[in-house]
Design a protein around this ligand. Structure first.
Ligand SMILES: Cc1cc2nc3c(=O)[nH]c(=O)nc-3n(C[C@H](O)[C@H](O)[C@H](O)COP(=O)(O)O)c2cc1C
Length: 342
């Protein structure tokens, strides 16, 4: 038997320019953490329950105040229009159909209103600039277009160096209409538009007040930091190392997740991403205490095959996770918590 998911990268080579694919797959520096991530999930060991009725598996998952059909979602990624001409709209359509969460990058190449018009339940991912006021027009556009939460990425005071075959930055090679179309045209030229290097807890409350939306903090790896986010008003924390694209040699999220869960307790939602490639990986993450699992590169590779590719990706994960949950004796995502050995 072969796995459709295993062929994603090879098939994407037929559709996606080599420099785009390189950017999607790479990590920062020597890509140590990017390479390590899938192995970290494969290292989690599960202890199944038996003598439970697993006839009906229910994957529905409540995240913040919305019910989704599956416990996974699409993490924010750029360059979706460079991967497929239909870009974010195709991704959104397929997520709407699957009833999954979509997190949209603030650097997206499609206008928020077009994404919202697909009917998908989506959250905005944002970075904050040195001059916080410059973020306001983008945030307003997202709120108007129906974003249900704002995800503040906190692991990017500077962009981690990525080494490329051509020696050129991807941003010199990509057409400008594929990136950052929801910002004001002159945004990057304004003083204070560079990424903030002084983010602090006060930014969480400010973002919440400004948008009226729940704030999720993405890029948390330490228990004490997770606690600080919650104390500062975060609605949820997202354990992420940015797919190994920021600090190389950073700890894997499979290692960090249980510590974060322990620090915030059961009443706060915790999400995780990084190196998740199968339904069994999703189960491992849920079993270690995640409420939802986000995937970045895998749906982006599936998008190379258009919205049909992303639809099939959802279907494959659904089949794999359902089988794994049956075998583990878990009927709902909540049942899986605690199935992993410490
Ligand atoms: C091509 C690409 C672009 C990304 N762009 C963003 C971004 O704009 N904002 C952000 O917070 N994370 C971004 N990420 C990180 C993802 O949201 C996510 O943390 C990571 O991809 C998860 O790891 P995985 O790709 O192994 O699933 C990007 C990742 C990739 C691969």
């Amino acid at each position: 038997m072969t796995r459709w998911l295993d062929g994603l990268e090879e098939r994407a080579r037929h559709h996606v320019p080599a420099h785009i694919l390189e950017y999607v797959l790479q990590g920062a520096g020597a890509s140590v953490s990017t390479a390590e991530a899938p192995h970290a999930w494969a290292g989690v060991r599960l202890v199944p329950r038996v003598l439970r009725d697993v006839t009906h598996i229910d994957l529905t998952t409540r995240l913040l105040d919305t019910t989704y059909q599956v416990p996974w979602g699409v993490a924010p990624t750029t360059l979706q229009r460079s991967v497929h001409p239909d870009g974010e709209v195709a991704m959104a359509r397929a997520c709407a159909e699957a009833g999954s969460l979509l997190v949209v990058s603030s650097n997206a190449g499609t206008r928020f209103e077009e994404i919202g018009a697909t009917g998908v339940d989506w959250w905005l991912q944002a970075y904050l600039p040195s001059d916080r006021r410059l973020a306001e027009p983008l945030l307003e556009r997202a709120v108007e277009a129906g974003a249900r939460a704002v995800v503040l990425t906190v692991d990017t005071p500077v962009v981690g160096t990525k080494i490329t075959e051509s020696g050129r930055s991807i941003f010199e090679l990509v057409p400008s209409e594929h990136l950052r179309v929801n910002f004001d045209a002159d945004y990057a030229d304004q003083p204070g538009a560079e990424k903030a290097t002084d983010l602090g807890p006060a930014d969480l409350a400010h973002l919440g007040e400004l948008t009226g939306l729940p704030v999720v903090v993405k890029g948390v790896l330490r228990g004490a930091d997770a606690r600080m986010c919650v104390d500062a008003g975060a609605a949820a924390v997202w354990v992420s190392n940015h797919g190994g694209r920021q600090l190389d040699r950073v700890v894997s999220t499979a290692t960090a997740l249980p510590r974060v869960r322990e620090a915030v307790g059961e009443s706060v939602q915790v999400y995780v991403d990084g190196g998740v490639r199968s339904g069994l990986d999703v189960l491992a993450a849920l079993a270690l205490g995640a409420d939802a699992v986000l995937l970045g590169r895998q749906p982006l590779l599936a998008l190379a095959e258009g919205d049909g590719g992303v639809r099939r990706w959802h279907a494959e994960l659904r089949t794999e996770l359902s089988e794994a949950m049956r075998l583990a004796g878990a009927v709902t995502p909540g049942d899986t918590h605690g199935l992993a050995t410490p």
